[in-house]
Design a protein around this ligand. Structure first.
Ligand SMILES: C[S@@+](CC[C@H](N)C(=O)[O-])C[C@H]1O[C@@H](n2cnc3c(N)ncnc32)[C@H](O)[C@@H]1O
Length: 194
């Protein structure tokens, strides 16, 4: 089996390289312009990336192009879930910090693909046998585990924060010693080439 990974970010590719079998190959490219010949893959997986892209149609069209006839596509995107106490505490801790100047205009195009109706319509315009399953992962965190999760997201890096340690101390203090429940909600979309 040959494994090819694609991302637009060199940093993400470097992380992937560390965790992958030696035989895996990685290429820096845009999902809307894949550097592969048509009908060359049996399957494509796209994990937590489609919803961040600016041209969803173009990104799916390319997957369909590189898949062999009856090839399979699976993608994971986020889903709506009630905001947890852990999230509320984290937002409370970072909301006073402004965006770094260079990131002021950065926006994550998350919103419309959280709606399964929009998602189905998008996939049906490029694929057959589209199924969408909601997956919920219920987590019970200690304060440190909750911090590790949220601090690994983009939010901290985008903001002008003088002392991350200060933000962390406030978060741990707000959470206290009780465990926190948090639900990660995702959508798994599976489809085949038309
Ligand atoms: C939340 S990360 C997920 C990374 C990886 N798929 C994983 O699951 O660990 C989203 C990724 O989408 C990539 N990305 C966003 N738009 C892209 C595009 N148009 N083409 C290729 N990659 C893109 C970003 O560089 C980022 O690495």
């Amino acid at each position: 089996m040959e494994l090819h990974g694609v991302d637009i970010s060199q940093g993400e590719l470097a992380q992937a390289l560390k965790r992958s079998p030696k035989s895996a190959r990685f290429t820096r490219a845009r999902a809307q312009q894949l550097p592969f010949i048509s009908a060359s893959f049996d399957a494509v997986l796209r994990h937590m990336a489609l919803m961040l892209m600016s041209d969803h149609q173009g990104a799916l069209k390319e997957v369909s192009r590189v898949l062999k006839s009856s090839g399979r596509f699976a993608a994971i995107v986020g889903a709506d879930a009630p905001i947890s106490d852990a999230q509320k505490f984290f937002i409370d801790c970072i909301s006073g910090y402004a965006r770094k100047e260079e990131y002021e205009d950065v926006s994550f195009r998350e919103s419309n693909l959280r709606d399964p109706i929009v998602l189905r319509k998008l996939f049906l315009s490029h694929f057959a046998n589209v199924s969408i399953d909601r997956i919920e992962v219920a987590l019970l965190w200690s304060a440190q585990q909750a911090w590790d999760w949220f601090s690994s997201m983009y939010d901290l890096a985008l903001r002008r924060i003088d002392s991350i340690q200060k933000v962390k101390a406030r978060f741990l203090n707000l959470v206290g010693d009780n465990g926190l429940k948090h639900i990660v909600a995702l959508q798994l979309i599976q489809a085949t080439k038309h």
